[in-house]
Design a protein around this ligand. Structure first.
Ligand code: DAH
Length: 335
């Protein structure tokens, strides 16, 4: 090259080429390729600047001016083009992501509380109004909490009353909620007034009235001066609130290792002739109080354990316990 004329021609050619090429650029990827090829550090414009050294001294400043003009012009055109492309990309994105607020909404099926959950909450609410707190305990228990602390020593025939699933030699799936009594008493001093709802497990074959998984609610009240009369009053209040006016309630004698005396509680619907058993109950055995470090000369207590499934079946006239487990919405929606 080496002279101003040749450089001027080269500048014009490159300018034409870039102008044409830029006109064909339509997206950010080709835009970037254009920038690298022409305006990058090793790009075509830079290459042309390097020929400045060959230009005779008297033409250098004119040549520099022309080269700068080339670079500024194409940089300006490039920026305009890139602004346009970005704006278009943004428009396209906004269009893609726009929401038509006039479209009808998507409706989702709303769930329904299971009848057992409803009955559990209803029973909890009744006793909470009477001043009981809700406590919970583990479903995997040790033999100590499930049996020994409840006055059922190893080898005692009463252990057979609870058809227990063992996990190891000393751990088991609790067959009743009574062990929660022990946990609660171990961690609090009297007065204690709690109910504990929870899942229980027994090695029962499934039929209309048995399920290997079921739910109980335990109640425990320990304080100075409590007697069987208090238990009976609390249960009368409960029966009236849960089943309604007109229901009768009675006790009959029973046996549980952890209560003395032990009773079975029955109810009778207005006009009915049959008594129905609803729970086991009794005065907490002094041995149980001693096991948790309470002084049975100081405090007495009463307790009961009821089956939530049974309460729901009696209240709603459900005749098969398996209905609670099949998850049939036609059943569940009735409650
Ligand atoms: N745990 C007993 C059962 O599952 C029910 C029971 C009876 C609980 C008497 C008690 C009670 O708290 O005092 O068969």
């Amino acid at each position: 090259m080496g002279n101003l004329n040749a450089l001027t021609t080269a500048i014009r050619d490159l300018n034409d080429e870039m102008t044409r090429s830029l006109a064909g650029v339509g997206d950010t990827a080709t835009l970037e390729a254009f920038r690298v090829e022409y305006l990058g550090r090793k790009g075509r414009v830079s290459q042309l600047f390097k020929t400045l050294g060959d230009i005779p001294a008297e033409d250098k400043s004119e040549a520099g001016r022309l080269l700068n003009e080339l670079r500024d012009g194409i940089t300006h055109a490039f920026e305009e083009r890139s602004g346009g492309i970005e704006a278009r990309a943004l428009d396209a994105q906004l269009l893609r992501e726009s929401v038509d607020v006039t479209m009808p909404g998507v409706s989702r099926a709303v769930g329904h509380l299971h009848p057992l959950t409803q009955v559990q909450r209803e029973i909890e609410a009744i006793f909470q109004r009477m001043g009981f707190d809700v406590a919970t305990g583990p479903e995997i228990e040790t033999e100590y909490y499930n049996f020994e602390a409840l006055n059922i020593p190893a080898d005692h025939p009463a252990r057979a009353d609870w058809d227990t699933f063992y996990i190891s030699d000393t751990t088991l799936l609790r067959p009743h909620t009574s062990p929660v009594q022990v946990h609660v008493m171990e961690s609090a001093s009297p007065p204690v007034r709690i109910i504990c709802p929870g899942r229980c497990y027994r090695r029962d074959a499934q039929d209309a009235t048995h399920s290997p998984v079921f739910h109980q609610i335990e109640l425990l009240w320990v304080e100075e001066g409590l007697s069987l009369a208090h238990l009976k009053h609390v249960l009368e209040l409960f029966t009236r609130e849960f089943f309604g006016e007109g229901y009768e309630m009675r006790f009959s004698g029973d046996f549980f290792p952890f209560t003395e005396p032990s009773v079975q509680v029955h109810i009778k619907a207005p006009g009915a002739t049959r008594w129905l058993e609803i729970m086991g109950a009794g005065m907490v055995d002094p041995a149980v109080l001693t096991n948790v470090g309470y002084d049975p000369e100081q405090v007495t207590g009463f307790a009961f354990g009821l089956g939530i499934e049974r309460m729901a079946m009696l209240k709603y006239g459900i005749d098969d316990i398996r209905a609670f487990l099949t998850n049939d919405l036609r059943f569940i929606r009735q409650f």
